[in-house]
Design a protein around this ligand. Structure first.
Ligand SMILES: Nc1ncnc2c1ncn2[C@@H]1O[C@H](COP(=O)(O)OP(=O)(O)OP(=O)(O)O)[C@@H](O)[C@H]1O
Length: 930
């Protein structure tokens, strides 16, 4: 009974979470942006409301603040989000983080960070429940307001033109324009609603929680959790989840006295629920998100060594006052590199990097405190022990992605901070934990006594981590991470274990973050854990995004800009250090508007342009320009061009090689069925294709051809059996099916846009080597094409463009590269999804020749999904016709061409009723021979 009582008491704060979540849902529905500044807007509104109450009555203050917050939302949308509409999701999320940081810092500067009580303005007379307990009337009023607002939102977004336009504006702005709406106005109106609701919440919650910048800003965490539970689309769902969170917090808080758990339990519950609902791979229709630019480790090992050398010289030759800022810069650069690895390279937006650092530091500090470990074993322990924590944070990443992952990791960061870093039993409380001696090989490196030695140690670690990053970026791991970040489905189809790649990235990042945790936590001999909070994590990620999250150089720049680093110390001398977070927040928003990929990539681009312009003007310009072009091409190709076996120039066309390494095996599919809700996309499909045979799979639009290929390759769950040369593949994940000998191309090509054409072909066969990825970091494998990869490059004529990015080559070459990527894995069965789409007649003819060669000389079994009937009839040995997910006919091209049911269903020139009849009759003699 008491549980119910506590739950009812928690409904008041739950109502505020739910209300705040309504605003998050409104913004997300219209622009796909998860507004992490929702809590910060509420916080600023709360302070404003308290000020206004001195001047006007409370109801007028509430209306004024709500309207002001709505106007602020419109302004933010117009000034920041509208210019960024084509930027990556990460950049948009970072912009809201910039707003978060700006508001939080501005309010802290104006009002201070101490807590202040706020008198209530709603009637708070107690309503007596049972067992002598009572709940204030104000909380029930909050609940009522939340329910009314939610019902209004539910109705408006469901049943009005505004709601319909809102739903369309993110996915199809042009359609909104065609319906007479202005996409900008609709999105702006949603920002007004979202921010207005935040303003209202600020006024309502201030009397419950009091005024405190952190507490109020972090209301975004339960609100986002509620929005997640509502699937970012359901207003009632978000309110229900908000109420559940409030109730659970109240119940847990009354039974568990350990700090932090009252917030942790509901968040963890929602995170588990959400992860359980997630998918290991996105569905086909899920739009590819724009991604921030990624570097190619241009400056390589020399660049890393050069940066470290400069910093080392500055430590030893510069004034003593330089040592501290340089040490802070180098430490921040180390943890920033972990962000580059996991967010830049692997594309996983996590907002808890410092939770990993703190966890490593906490575990190492306890060991060091208990057993007197000196610094080096503590560093190793911190790095190693951070890995399991990193893997725990990675678990959501296996089933969620994008802004959802950011939200869950933010919640996890808050939980770890509240439960672990604020727990005096583990942290030594106010006094911290005394660590073992700060020595390396008997030498004291205590930062208090020998700051320059500590700087040397930090710089040595920066060198090691920097070199590791170069190796990651240039090796198979980097290619696989970039493939995963670019397109998880395509990555899985070339044999990459998407989950394992993410886990490797998170583990490595956690290792690096753990090093930073010990370095920063231990430097004075007493470990403290106050700098690993969620806000600091947000600030770190924002700074790295601002600098260039896809670039190792971005991590260095982020280090320079970090708190305590070179820039902040320099600004400190100018007396504006207090304003640094505010300046960072504003700079982040401004930079993202102008340069969404960050400072480093844009600067590199500018240098290139300047270099080229200078080369044009100098005497001997032509020679110099060629030299610059050569350098640029070289820089653009850190890897040697894939080596092809150059044929001697005999004047005759070179004989094209077959694909070596193909294991001849046929494919047999029995009773394959796929359902999407009520739609039976594939309904009991059975087919077989033998080595050396080309089977056409045709049918009208929506017949289920692509779904059938997806089901065979494991990209959608399906019933039925898939066998390759006697081996049952059903139930295996896509990368294992690829490893067993299935290769495929995609209707939408789906190359990895961050990799060159040559690297795309290379990952086509590297995917099978994931188990050895970590080993590759120790003993790097050369970026070489396999014999099958070389054959694919030659066969498809990609030698010339192998160093170009897919976006830089013609459409025809992109198509061929998509097939070559699949061929480079020497698959036994090649499944091609509309390979001729968009090709000219000459290119189609060339493709026909290539396919024949792959089948006849390469001994591959090929399934060809195609609408190009001439090609199908010319190249296929047999043709399998689908309609409405089922087999309509099977036969030779000639038989299929003559089949009246096929003509009716597919070519549309006979009695459609007859076609339906034929669809059901799969055992019809003649053309159907199964
Ligand atoms: N993720 C999905 N969710 C719901 N329905 C889907 C999904 N993917 C495909 N479908 C539906 O399954 C059916 C088969 O689609 P599929 O794309 O496989 O057909 P297709 O024969 O390849 O068509 P096309 O020739 O146009 O590419 C269609 O009705 C389609 O709308």
């Amino acid at each position: 009974m008491n549980v119910l009582l506590y739950a009812i008491i928690g409904l008041g704060s739950g109502a505020v979470y739910g209300l705040l979540a309504q605003g998050i849902v409104a913004v997300y529905r219209s622009s796909g942006v998860l507004n992490f500044a929702q809590g910060a807007i509420a916080m600023a509104a709360a302070y404003l409301f308290v000020d206004l109450r001195h001047i006007v009555p409370a109801p007028i203050a509430v209306v004024a603040v709500t309207a002001g917050a709505a106007a602020f939302g419109v302004l933010f949308h117009a000034i920041v989000m509208t210019p960024m509409r084509r930027a990556s999701t990460l950049a948009k999320v970072a912009a809201t983080l910039g707003l978060f940081v700006t508001l939080q810092s501005a309010v802290a500067l104006r009002y201070g960070t101490e807590s202040k009580m706020v008198p209530g303005f709603l009637p708070s007379s107690p309503l007596h429940l049972w067992s002598g307990a009572a709940v204030g009337l104000d909380r029930l009023i909050l609940l009522l307001i939340a329910v009314v607002v939610t019902l209004a939102a539910w109705y408006a977004y469901r049943s009005t033109q505004f709601g319909r336009l809102t739903t369309g504006v993110w996915h199809d702005p042009d359609a909104v324009g065609a319906l007479g709406g202005s996409p900008r106005l609709v999105a702006g109106a949603n920002w007004a609603i979202g921010s207005g609701l935040a303003g209202l919440c600020g006024c309502l919650i201030a009397p419950l929680t009091g005024l405190q910048t952190d507490t109020l800003s972090m209301l975004v965490v339960p609100a986002v959790a509620a929005a997640i539970a509502g699937g970012f689309s359901s207003f009632p769902g978000a309110l229900a989840a908000g109420l559940a969170i409030g109730a659970a917090e109240s119940v847990v808080g009354n039974y568990v006295s350990t700090p932090g758990w009252s917030k942790a339990v509901p968040f963890l519950g929602i995170a588990i629920l959400f992860v359980a609902r997630g998918r290991s791979l996105p569905v086909r229709s899920e739009a590819q998100q724009a991604l921030p630019a990624v570097g190619r480790a241009h400056f390589g090992r020399t660049g890393v060594a050069g940066v470290v050398l400069v910093l080392l010289l500055a430590v030893h030759l510069g004034p003593a006052s330089w040592v501290g800022p340089i040490t802070a810069t180098a430490m921040a650069a180390i943890v920033a590199l972990s962000v580059v690895l996991v967010t830049g390279y692997a594309g996983q937006l996590t907002l808890a990097p410092l939770a990993l650092s703190g966890a490593g530091a906490l575990l190492a500090a306890n060991a060091s405190h208990a057993w007197g470990w000196p610094l080096v074993p503590s560093l190793l322990a911190g790095a190693v022990l951070a890995v399991p924590v990193g893997l725990a944070v990675a678990l959501p990443a296996l089933r969620t992605r994008g802004a959802n992952l950011a939200a869950i990791t933010l919640a996890l960061g808050v939980v770890v901070n509240d439960v672990a870093f604020n727990n005096p039993r583990w942290t030594g409380g106010f006094e911290g934990l005394t660590t073992g001696p700060l020595t390396v090989l008997g030498w004291s490196v205590d930062a208090n006594l020998h700051p320059e030695r500590y700087a040397d140690l930090v710089l040595a670690l920066l060198l090691l981590v920097g070199l590791l990053m170069v190796r990651v970026r240039r090796g198979p791991l980097g290619r696989q991470l970039l493939a995963v970040r670019g397109n998880e489905r395509a990555a899985a189809s070339v044999g990459i274990s998407v989950g394992a790649a993410k886990l490797v990235a998170f583990s490595l990042a956690a290792f690096i973050a753990g090093l930073y945790g010990v370095l920063t936590g231990f430097q004075t001999g007493v470990a403290t854990f106050t700098t690993f909070d969620a806000f600091s994590s947000i600030l770190l990620v924002s700074t790295v995004v601002l600098a260039g999250v896809g670039y190792s150089g971005g991590a260095i720049v982020a280090g320079v800009m970090a708190s305590g680093g070179i820039v902040s110390t320099w600004l400190g001398f100018s007396g504006i250090a207090d304003y640094l977070p505010l300046i960072s927040g504003l700079a982040l928003m401004l930079t993202l508007v102008v340069q969404p990929s960050g400072i480093v990539p844009e600067t590199l681009e500018t240098w290139r342009h300047l270099g080229a312009a200078a080369a044009r003007r100098l005497p001997g310009a032509e020679a110099l320009r060629n030299a610059v072009a050569a350098v640029r091409r070289g820089a653009a190709r850190p890897h040697p061009r894939p080596q092809t076996s150059a044929a001697p120039d005999t004047g005759e066309p070179a004989a094209r090689p077959a694909v070596p390494g193909v294991r001849a095996a046929g494919l047999r599919v029995e009773g394959l069925s796929v359902r999407f809700g009520e739609v039976r996309a594939v309904d009991g499909l059975s087919l077989a294709v033998a080595p050396g045979e080309i089977l056409g799979l045709i049918g009208p639009n929506g017949a289920g051809k692509t779904t059938a290929i997806d089901a065979v390759t494991g990209l959608v769950p399906a019933a039925g059996r898939v066998m390759l040369g006697g081996k049952v593949l059903s139930g295996l994940p896509p990368h294992r099916r690829a490893g067993s000998g299935l290769g495929r191309s995609f209707q939408g090509i789906e190359l990895f846009e961050d990799l060159t054409v040559g690297e795309n072909v290379m990952v086509g066969h590297e995917g099978r080597r994931l188990g050895g990825l970590l080993l590759d970091l120790l003993r790097p494998a050369r970026g070489r094409l396999s014999p099958a990869g070389r054959a694919a490059v030659e066969l498809f004529g990609l030698g010339e463009c192998s160093g170009d990015k897919p976006g830089e080559v013609s459409f025809g070459l992109r198509r061929l590269a998509g097939i070559a990527r699949a061929v480079s894995g020497a698959p036994s069965v090649l499944l091609l999804d509309e390979p001729a789409a968009g090709l000219g007649p000459g290119e189609v003819q060339e493709l026909i020749t290539l396919l024949r060669r792959l089948a006849r000389d390469g001994n591959m079994a090929i399934i060809l999904v195609e609408h190009h009937m001439e090609m199908v009839m010319a190249v296929c040995d047999r043709v399998h016709v689908m309609n409405l997910g089922r087999t309509l006919a099977v036969g030779t091209p000639e038989e299929i061409e003559r089949d009246p049911a096929v003509r009716a269903a597919y070519l549309g020139d006979a009695d459609p009723d007859a076609a339906q009849e034929e669809t059901r009759d799969e055992t019809r003699p003649g053309t159907v021979r199964q």
